[in-house]
Ligand binder design. Sequence first.
Ligand SMILES: Cc1cc2nc3c(=O)[nH]c(=O)nc-3n(C[C@H](O)[C@H](O)[C@H](O)COP(=O)(O)O)c2cc1C
Length: 203
Amino acid sequence: MKTLGILGSTRKGGNTEILLDVALQEAQHMGSSVSKIILRDKVIAPCDGCMGCAGTGECVIQDDMQEVYKEMREADGIIWASPVYFWSMSGPTKNALDRTYALLFPKLQQAGKIGGLILVAATRGCVSASNPFHMYFSYNHMFAAEFTMAWAREKGEIKKDATAVTTARMMVRQMDALFAAHLTYPEGFDRPLPNLVREKLGL
Ligand SMILES: Cc1cc2nc3c(=O)[nH]c(=O)nc-3n(C[C@H](O)[C@H](O)[C@H](O)COP(=O)(O)O)c2cc1C
């Protein structure tokens, strides 16, 4: 298994990064090869909505996201990791997530991959921040493990939270189990379900 971690925290050595590193270490321990993309080190423009990707599955914007696409295509499991900013995911996380629109075409490029999510908030907002990821994984016909939601404010504070560390490890074990199960969507489910149903109804 190849596991990719995508870090959307702007704080170097922050709580989100610590938990993502725990998860990636666990993945390595389970025999996975791992890689980590630190979005704050990348130059990634926002999606400009040109829809150029809709035919090709390639984004026309030539920036560091091209490297992220390559890593995502090669990965079997993808862990998104973000701090909670105003009850939502961080800006860099959303920015990169929007750019993955290209991976919906011409057929779902992430179908069958395993999804994981790490969110860290000081006190509140993990659940609302997780909401888009439920639909994101399902829309992409991915299989998601239970999300890691954790609470810490000061930089590094999460290290003291044994439950958060265990939860991140357990999420990775679930990802490993999902991968080992060789799950696939039925043949023909190569586009998002709403599109398939619309076409079937002739709408
Ligand atoms: C711009 C900004 C917005 C934040 N919004 C929230 C929030 O809505 N809910 C919350 O509980 N914590 C919020 N926090 C606190 C962070 O989620 C928390 O400190 C977290 O541990 C940061 O993760 P990091 O160490 O990876 O940067 C916010 C912090 C910042 C800088």
